[in-house]
Design a protein around this ligand. Structure first.
Ligand code: SF4
Length: 232
């Protein structure tokens, strides 16, 4: 299978009843500002080239962001911060991500999430996280030949990703690496593969960016170091 084929299957996934109900309800009720738009209302696939050397892992699509536009971190405040930073460090061709077809392309970088459907209050349950593991497992397997670095945005993604990385060929070191902003761990390959650089970054949510806990310069610093580690 290819990533495109995987994404083709992913967008039809209905394994989490609560999330299916929520993503579709939000798509019908809409936010007033977007009432003339047709919401995507389905699982949101990863975005970026399938030969990516750098993977950026968030939490889950936003109800009126990715769940509306159909592209990760697109059409919401979190995405405004993320793509502006990617552009600032030379990994995106433009600083904004408005909608599919807006011309945005990423250089050697793919953006995804451990949960592909928008959850109520941005909080997936542990069961939903575990159910969606099949997709991140498959994505990592398909990317593993070219993947050199991963940036995880927030503790939820970090917890979800470590076991998936272990299954993809990068066993979790002991003691288990802790999430933190600026965390940088090199995961040695288990077999004949290559090492993987794992970076932690606070999530680009408004909760962090509006309070100044996370500044654009902090995001750019992590992305630039990760880009270098990935050979980009
Ligand atoms: Fe499927 Fe993942 Fe969406 Fe659950 S969260 S319905 S597993 S795509």
């Amino acid at each position: 299978a290819t990533l495109a084929e995987m994404d083709g299957e992913l967008v039809d996934c209905r394994r989490c009843p609560r999330l299916v109900e929520w993503r579709e309800r939000v798509a019908v009720e809409k936010r007033a500002a977007f009432r003339d738009e047709t919401y995507w209302g389905r699982p949101v696939p990863g975005f970026g080239p399938d030969y990516a050397a750098l993977l950026i892992v968030g939490l889950a699509p936003a109800a009126h962001g990715g769940n509306r536009t159909g592209r990760m971190f697109t059409g919401d405040r979190s995405g405004d911060v993320l793509y502006a930073a990617l552009h600032a460090v030379g990994l995106a061709n433009q600083p904004t991500s408005i909608h599919i077809g807006d011309g945005l392309t990423l250089r050697g970088t793919r953006v995804t999430a451990p949960v592909h459907c928008a959850p109520p209050d941005n909080k997936p349950t542990p069961t939903e996280r575990d159910t969606c593991r099949r997709w991140i497992d498959e994505e990592l397997r398909l990317l593993s030949p070219t993947l050199r670095a991963v940036v995880v945005l927030g503790g939820f993604g970090w917890q979800a990703l470590l076991p998936a990385l272990a299954d993809a060929g990068w066993p979790i070191p002991r003691p288990r690496p802790k999430f933190g902003h600026g965390a940088h761990v090199v995961l040695p390959a288990s077999g004949s593969g290559h090492d993987l650089h794992l970076f932690g970054c606070f999530h680009v949510s408004q909760q962090n960016t509006f309070t100044g806990r996370l500044t654009p310069a902090m995001v750019e610093a992590v992305l630039s170091e990760a880009g270098r580690a990935a050979g980009l």
